[in-house]
Write a protein that binds this ligand. Structure first.
Ligand code: ATP
Length: 227
């Protein structure tokens, strides 16, 4: 497979191996394909390999804990590899360790607990992700009614989608001065969830609009109390 390294963003990968085609691995692999990446899906379960064959660039039934198999697949030639094995801790850790040993440039591993994550970090895994814990936190903000969507960009800095306070009806963003008054930035607005557009000072807020906001967590939280 040809290698396409992106010099502007050395983390940007175009040839990616996804190991473990469960729900998380499959969803990730399909999204990577949509983003224009070439994706090799690997799973030890033949049924899952067959099920993913149509959507991915290549699929192979293989045991990722077998060093020889990984070598034969030329895993070190990939820009990145993602280990999406959840319940089999031993297989996850062994696979991650082999990928590092074989020199894969960017190793991403899904961790299912903080202990699992700690071991992966100690091994030197480049990116440890906690999809279940992260999603749980994100959904909590929606369930609590604070926001329609919630993404943590960095510790103490978030992006949220919320309904516009009714008191904003008919006013432009320039007039509302939200950054000056509340420390939050409106990135985009939409009528409900339709027609989302980049925000400009001339954007007029209407009742029922949704706002995409970015800002420090405490300021976004305070802003969420407005009605
Ligand atoms: P989900 O993403 O569905 O929540 P999960 O976190 O429960 O999955 P598992 O089902 O344990 O994770 O593993 C995901 C996939 O990884 C499974 O399809 C499994 O067959 C595959 N898998 C597990 N061990 C290996 C291995 N050693 N080599 C290749 N694939 C493996």
């Amino acid at each position: 497979m040809a290698k396409k390294l992106n010099l502007r963003n050395p983390n940007k990968a175009s040839n990616i191996a996804v190991i473990g085609l469960g729900r998380f691995g499959t969803s990730l692999a399909l999204e990577l394909v949509k983003s224009g990446c070439e994706v090799l899906g690997i799973d030890s379960d033949d049924r899952l390999v067959q099920a993913s064959a149509a959507g991915l660039t290549h699929v192979v039934k293989a045991d990722s804990t077998n060093e020889e198999t990984l070598r034969e697949l030329g895993i070190d030639e990939f820009d990145a590899a993602v280990v999406a094995i959840g319940s089999d801790l031993e297989a996850s850790i062994l696979t991650a360790s082999l990928l590092l040993q074989l020199g894969v440039k960017q190793v991403w591993v899904k961790a299912t607990s903080s202990a699992h994550g700690r071991i992966l970090e100690q091994l030197g895994v480049h990116h440890v992700v906690f999809p279940e814990a992260d999603m749980g936190r994100r959904v909590a903000h929606m369930v609590a009614g604070e926001s329609l969507d919630y993404i943590e960009i960095a510790p103490e800095f978030v992006m949220v989608k919320i309904s516009a306070p009714t008191s904003f009806d008919g006013q432009t963003l320039a007039k509302l001065e939200l950054r000056k008054r509340y420390g939050v930035t409106v990135v985009a607005t939409g009528h409900g969830d339709q027609d989302f557009k980049n925000a400009t000072p001339e954007t007029i807020i209407h009742k029922g609009d949704h706002l995409l906001l970015a800002g420090p967590t405490d300021m976004i939280r305070a802003f969420g109390q407005l009605s």
